[in-house]
Design a protein around this ligand. Structure first.
Ligand SMILES: [Mn+2]
Length: 461
């Protein structure tokens, strides 16, 4: 195991130190039923729980007191459960594993909280899972509109301090992410190896997942393996790969027991031969990605990286005759969002969108709100970058027929978009290239071993 008991003890004492007063309640996740009560989805522990406690066992909770002392709560062993699930690890052993000073059974948690709340503040994060919401409402004696009332009682200070801590990755955390990218590399190389017209998207997905499953590594999100890359979160795998198609693959794996993950996108030519059009758009996206990575460094804000990407993309689209006009004006107006409607990237860590359960506190400084402009409004991170941040850099160009039709009928940004030429690209699909990038003391570096992305590599048979 890469992380030791000491690492978790240190993380916890650092957190309560930042809070200055009050204790912290952390709820772990429970097994989640799929189609009937006892048939479960694969278990995934809560990420804050993983970060501070490091245990991926269902049904746990923890209280971290102001002095750093931690009590772990878990279920008493149930005789009948042993038959179905085998002998689990006792709560006392789990407490020992994570360096908690004490353990109690779950039924004591409500009482402990009631006692605690009499003389100190109890910080908690509002849960996003229904079962945890109900559990927390019971523990805190919250009724009425529980979701709303739990949100009101949630600790904004705790959320801010967690973000401060989790956003800066240590050497060990970076090593975990790099392990994950190394697995991704093998998955992408395998996909490229077996790629052939006539196969289905699911054939490629299976070949890639085989590598992860064989090593017992979960996917960090539902894989995207599609010839319709213009549908941004396409989770169908039913299409056949045509000779002229581009295959967009966006996947990642988690590395238990820490669960740090990767998030990588590549776009392949199915025939391993890009058409002239495809080549130009591909080169534009790649150039954008390389330039953004080169510029990413401490003190640069991610919104500037987003806009840099928009400028390079606009210029590439102008060369293809798809856009026109002054580049800065075009970017300020948001015309590029017809082709590049998402953000340049997000934080990555234990979550693929790291800490996103906490909301915009992760990516936006207190005084900043999301832009109202289409495209920019999807940017999840606008903060200035700092050494230790791990972000994704994932520009893309897409031809989305319903969006093209909508903009065209509304005569949107006609000064900047050549709709006539755009119509010739309606069946193009989409291209995205994504890597995971560490912000270093004075620049940045792509994490993990390099994964094929240059045209020369992608046209090799
Ligand atoms: Mn991503």
């Amino acid at each position: 195991m890469t992380f030791t008991k000491q690492d978790y003890i240190l993380r916890r004492s650092e957190l309560v130190g930042k809070l200055k007063e009050g204790a912290v309640l952390l709820l772990g996740n429970n097994l989640s039923p799929r189609n009937f009560e006892r048939n479960y989805y694969p278990f995934r522990q809560d990420s804050h729980f993983l970060y501070y406690i490091g245990l991926d066992t269902p049904g746990l909770a923890a209280i971290i007191y102001q002095d750093g002392r931690t009590v772990l709560f878990g279920e008493k062993e149930d005789e009948s459960e042993i038959i179905w699930s085998g002998k689990g690890t006792s709560v006392s052993d789990l407490a020992n594993r994570c360096g908690a000073e004490d353990f109690k059974y779950y039924d004591a948690l409500g009482k402990e909280i009631a006692l605690l709340k009499r003389d100190t503040m109890l910080h908690y994060i509002p849960p996003f899972r229904g079962d945890n919401l109900i559990k927390m409402a019971g523990l805190l004696n919250i009724d009425g509109k529980i979701e709303e009332n739990i949100k009101i009682g949630g600790s904004a200070l705790l959320a801010r301090k967690i973000v401060e801590q989790r956003a800066i990755k240590s050497t060990k955390e970076i090593a975990e992410i790099e392990k994950s990218v190394a697995v991704s590399k093998r998955m992408y190389e395998r996909a490229f190896q077996v790629l052939e017209p006539g196969l289905r998207e699911s054939d490629i997905a299976a070949e890639m997942q085989k590598i992860a499953i064989a090593e017992d590594l979960p996917q960090s999100f539902l894989p995207i393996v599609t010839v319709h890359g213009e549908i941004l979160h396409n989770n169908n795998y039913k299409n056949r790969l045509g000779k002229e198609d581009l295959l967009l693959i966006d996947t990642g794996v988690e590395i238990p027991p820490s669960y740090y993950c990767s998030d990588i996108t590549r776009t392949f030519s199915v025939a391993r031969k890009f058409t002239e059009r495809q080549k130009h758009i591909y080169k534009t996206v790649l150039k954008t990605q390389l330039e953004v990575i080169k510029t990413a460094s401490p003190e640069v804000s991610n919104v500037d990286l987003h806009n840099l990407a928009a400028r390079i993309i606009t210029s590439g689209l102008q060369e293809a005759g798809l856009m026109k006009g002054d580049i800065d004006e075009s970017v300020a107006a948001g015309a590029h969002a017809l082709f590049y409607p998402h953000g340049i990237g997000h934080m990555l860590g234990i979550d693929v969108h790291d800490m996103e359960d906490l909301g915009d506190v992760v990516g936006y400084p207190d005084e900043k709100r999301r832009s109202g402009q289409f495209g920019l409004s999807f940017l999840r991170l606008v903060k200035k970058l700092r050494p230790g941040f791990v972000i994704t850099v994932e520009p893309g160009i897409y031809f989305i027929p319903p969006l093209i039709d909508k903009w065209k009928s509304e005569k949107l940004h006609e000064d900047f978009v050549n709709y006539r030429e755009v119509d010739n690209y309606r069946s193009f699909g989409g291209i995205r290239i994504e890597d995971d990038v560490l912000i270093t003391d004075n620049s940045s570096r792509v994490l993990g071993p390099p994964i094929l992305k240059h045209i020369e590599e992608l046209e090799k048979i």
